[in-house]
Design a protein around this ligand. Structure first.
Ligand SMILES: Nc1ncnc2c1ncn2[C@@H]1O[C@H](COP(=O)(O)OP(=O)(O)OP(=O)(O)O)[C@@H](O)[C@H]1O
Ligand SMILES: [Mg+2]
Length: 312
């Protein structure tokens, strides 16, 4: 059985003289050796999942190794490095810097650090999406559509939306249904996608560049799913931290930066429509978060409907 360093430090205090430990997330800890000055990050899969944490840790380790040579136009835009995997522990290099979420939370100035960070993320995703194009195309649209319907049902169950409320479940369902007839929804070139491009999964080191984290959902799919989800997450964080700021120009510059680098899509309109579809799904995912205020959850549902309506 693996014992964590904080537990060892409790039973054997001399260890505390050498090591500092900080919790970065529920299952992620930073270990700094004060004597050697070195630091590493450990992800405890046993704190993330009860079902087979060892296989899950091995899966993320393999995913990171699969993408380790990918970088954007600038080689400092890259995936995090995995040091080793021991049973259910994944050991990663420690990257000092701010997550995209933390950058969004800073005071905003047009043309400043946030735009630069978004460009880095867009550039990196475009490089990732051009990496692999399996000859046998997969069509995950039906899956995404079913997932969207399921989200609407869950939001109804949690009373975030109701048949007597300002946004009715049927309204959302029929908005999603409309998109199903659009041929561009199924017309894409499958590529390697990150699968979980949230604002906490991109780190911006003080020295420049960008490091992408959290590779457990790496898969082959529609690149527009990554871009749309990222747009939903960025838009939501912007609303939380800067309620008076219109997120549209930033989202447009994110898309423009992505297309400047990407060579994988000639049909930009089709790509944009699929990104909108996935942005709407991303907003509904956010609306499901129980730790958000009812107002923030309703705002996320309204954002989803606005994107579905606006993209028609
Ligand atoms: N290598 C690293 N260097 C510095 N910070 C890191 C590193 N890896 C993870 N973190 C920090 O820990 C957080 C969570 O990491 P990660 O997303 O990999 O774990 P997770 O368990 O999947 O978390 P979540 O469920 O929140 O996505 C990151 O948002 C980041 O703040
Ligand atoms: Mg994460």
């Amino acid at each position: 059985m693996i014992v964590s360093l904080p537990e060892l430090m409790r039973v054997y205090p001399p260890l505390a003289a050498c090591w500092e430990v900080a919790q970065l997330a529920r299952a992620v800890f930073l270990y700094r050796n004060k004597v050697a000055g070195s630091s590493e990050v450990v992800k405890f899969y046993s704190l993330k999942t009860k079902t087979d944490p060892e296989t899950n840790a091995a899966h993320e380790f393999d995913c990171i190794n699969r993408v380790r040579y990918i970088h954007g136009s600038d080689p400092s835009l890259r995936p995090v490095r995995a040091v080793t995997r021991q049973q259910s522990l994944l050991v990663l290099e420690h990257v000092e810097g701010r997550t995209l979420e933390e950058v969004i939370a800073l005071p905003y100035s047009r043309g400043g650090v946030l735009e630069a960070c978004l460009q880095h993320v867009a550039d990196f995703l475009a490089a990732l999406h051009s990496w692999e194009r399996p000859s046998r195309p997969k069509c995950p649209f039906e899956e995404s559509h079913a997932y969207a319907r399921n989200l609407v049902i869950k939001l109804q169950r949690s009373s975030t939306i109701s048949t007597s409320g300002p946004i009715r479940p049927e309204e959302l369902l029929s908005a999603f249904e409309h998109w199903s007839d659009d041929p561009s929804m199924r017309a894409f070139r499958p590529a390697l996608i990150h699968g979980d491009p949230t604002t906490t999964n991109f780190l911006h080191p003080r020295s420049g560049g960008m490091v992408a984290l959290d590779w457990e959902y790496l898969t082959t799919g529609d690149p527009a799913a990554d871009v749309g989800r990222l747009m939903a997450e960025v838009s939501h964080s912007l609303k939380l931290h800067h309620p008076d700021l219109d997120p549209s120009p930033l989202l447009e510059s994110l898309l423009a930066a992505y297309h400047r680098t990407s060579d994988s899509e000639t049909d930009r309109l089709g790509f944009h429509r699929r990104a909108c579809f996935h942005q709407a799904i991303g907003s509904l995912r956010i609306a499901r978060n129980e730790w958000l205020s009812p107002e923030a959850r309703s705002a996320a549902v309204r954002a989803a409907l606005a994107v579905l309506g606006g993209g028609q």
